[in-house]
Design a protein around this ligand. Structure first.
Ligand code: C2O
Ligand code: CU
Ligand code: CU
Length: 528
């Protein structure tokens, strides 16, 4: 493990990986002209399970971890400040199953834990986050779903180098605005946005998949008065769940298919699937609940795995999931669903009512996209009755998703594998940090047509968008505000995107992290 993670082995920040650029250079229309050549270019890579080298832990033996919460409270100057440190820590991920002896797993995460602390902030509360890099390789930090000024958004080349021995980041009370120096960066998050659950994660050019896999991901919750007025389940009845699959080597360490230089092995460029499902960092956990209404805020923090969430029994209250929100916050009204498809980086806000469930009988959250252990996620065990139950609100929010209007700029983006270049492309091109692929005007609304050849969860930084149609079906109301939209092979979506907030350079990309690292990413610059 040390070989692929050690500093000397990682490519230098600021240089763009040679393998990917060689792959681009190796293209040439003349090759295609050779008879039969196109046929031997090989198939499009599929997602691939990386088998663990240790026996998998038993299901439902560990407790659900609840990550520590960092509540962003303003100082007298009105600004809230938090410090985070990207560092190594040890976690007893596999040892939590008492029936086995195992080593702790080395996590390379925010504050040394996976997932990182949950940051909680009020809408409109400006927050400065001071992040020190105490790992031995560069990192990049991005707040996914955040409406963030470009300088704090975590552009893939915006490296935070390792903090040099003896050096110190500034004192938290002293930071005033976005800033950066060797070993640390201050991120300026205005949080001028609706209440919802975001997440922060690594975004380093070419290495995001590996760095998130080893632990650099955490949840971030924005709250507002509209949401508070609904009196949704709170306290221990509001549970944030980050679902992520991982694989482990014989020493119980995270196993990821990297080459000695840390780059992804080509065989896995379709996507790395783990064979152990973690929820908040514990394998197939179990959680006690009362027989009342719960709010489950779920993130798919996996690199590449899709889930179809279902409960294993019919709920006595007459519905399974009441979906109240999505990536960009609350829906207009709750939608009852039997199953929820969740692609990487998507979030879903659900109410589940355990009223009437027999005490002691577990209710399992399944993943019907797979079978066996991978067909399970976690279980809830009703252990106490509640006298008075919370109610599901009839109306939740006003979405105000714009409608298409004459004069709106339209763009089309094709997300496809290039057999010739052996990379994942957007409109036939691999990612180039220097190239601007779109220049929307600040405060304009655009219509983007998205097309895919494979499963690609497409994500835009800075904005939230409405979905005008998905494969011919109008979807705006029931999908709400999104920042990531999943499409499977051959599907098309039309999204409507208001570019408000900030000018500057941002990325959009496929959130299958192996596709992203293998260049399925592009830039847009919001211009005044
Ligand atoms: Cu979840 Cu470009 O990010
Ligand atoms: Cu993002
Ligand atoms: Cu993709």
């Amino acid at each position: 493990m040390a070989d692929s993670l050690d500093c000397a082995a990682s490519s230098k920040p600021g240089t763009i990986d040679r393998r990917k650029f060689l792959a681009t250079a190796a293209q040439g229309a003349s090759l295609l002209a050779l008879p039969g050549f196109a046929g031997c270019l090989g198939p499009r890579p599929e997602k691939r399970v990386l088998p663990s080298d240790v026996p998998r832990p038993a299901l439902f033996q560990s407790a659900l971890p609840l990550p520590p919460r960092l509540r962003a409270k303003p100082s007298p100057d009105g600004i809230a400040r938090l410090a985070l440190s990207a560092e190594e820590g040890l976690s007893s991920i596999l040892a939590s199953d008492s029936s086995r002896v195992s080593n702790p797993t080395r996590v390379r995460g925010y504050n040394g834990i996976f997932p990182g602390p949950i940051i909680e902030v009020d809408s409109g509360q400006r927050l400065l986050v001071l992040l020190a890099n105490r790992l031995n390789e560069p990192i990049v930090n991005h707040l996914h779903g955040g409406r963030t000024p470009a300088v704090s958004d975590g552009f893939p080349m915006d490296f935070i180098l390792p903090l040099a021995g003896g050096a110190n980041p500034p004192r938290l009370e002293e930071i005033q605005s976005a800033a950066k120096s060797g070993g640390w960066q201050v991120f300026d998050y205005p949080n001028q946005q609706r209440a919802t659950m975001l997440w922060y994660h690594d975004h380093r050019m070419d290495y995001t998949g590996r760095q998130v896999w080893h632990g650099l991901a955490g949840l971030y919750i924005v709250r507002d008065d509209e949401e508070r007025s609904l009196a949704l389940p709170s306290g221990d009845r509001e549970i944030a769940l980050a679902i992520a699959d991982r694989s482990f080597d014989a020493q119980c360490q995270f196993k990821y298919p990297s080459m000695p230089d840390g780059m992804l092995e080509e065989a896995y460029m379709g996507g790395v699937l783990g064979d152990v499902i973690l929820v908040n960092g514990a394998p197939w956990p179990s959680h006690p609940v009362a027989t009342g209404l719960y709010r489950l805020r779920i993130l798919n923090a996996s690199n590449s795995r899709d889930y179809i969430l279902e409960l294993d029994r019919t709920m006595p209250v007459g519905y399974q999931f009441a979906q109240i929100g999505t990536d960009g916050g609350l829906l207009q009204k709750a939608i009852h669903r039997r199953q929820i498809h969740l692609a990487p980086a998507e979030r879903v806000d659900l109410l589940v009512d355990f009223a009437g469930c027999p005490l002691g009988t577990p209710i399992r959250l399944l993943n019907t996209a797979d079978s066996g252990p991978l067909g399970h996620i976690m279980q809830f065990v009703p252990g106490q009755t509640v006298a008075e139950n919370a109610k599901l609100p009839d109306r939740l929010s006003n979405l105000e998703i714009p409608m298409p209007a004459p004069g709106m700029v339209e763009r089309t983006f094709d997300f496809k594998y290039s057999r010739l270049k052996k990379i994942w492309t957007v409109n036939g091109l691999g990612y180039d940090p220097e190239r601007m692929d779109a220049k929307p005007r600040l405060n304009s609304t655009e219509i983007w047509h998205l097309r895919t050849d494979f499963t690609h969860p497409v994500h835009l930084h800075l904005v939230h968008f409405g979905v005008l149609q998905h494969n011919g079906t109008p979807r705006a109301a029931d999908m709400g505000w999104k920042d990531t939209i999943n499409m499977v092979a051959g599907e098309t979506s039309t999204i409507i995107v208001p570019f408000t907030g900030f000018t500057g350079r941002y990325v959009f990309h496929c959130h299958n992290l192996e596709h992203e690292d293998m260049r399925m990413m592009a830039n847009f610059e919001v211009v005044a």
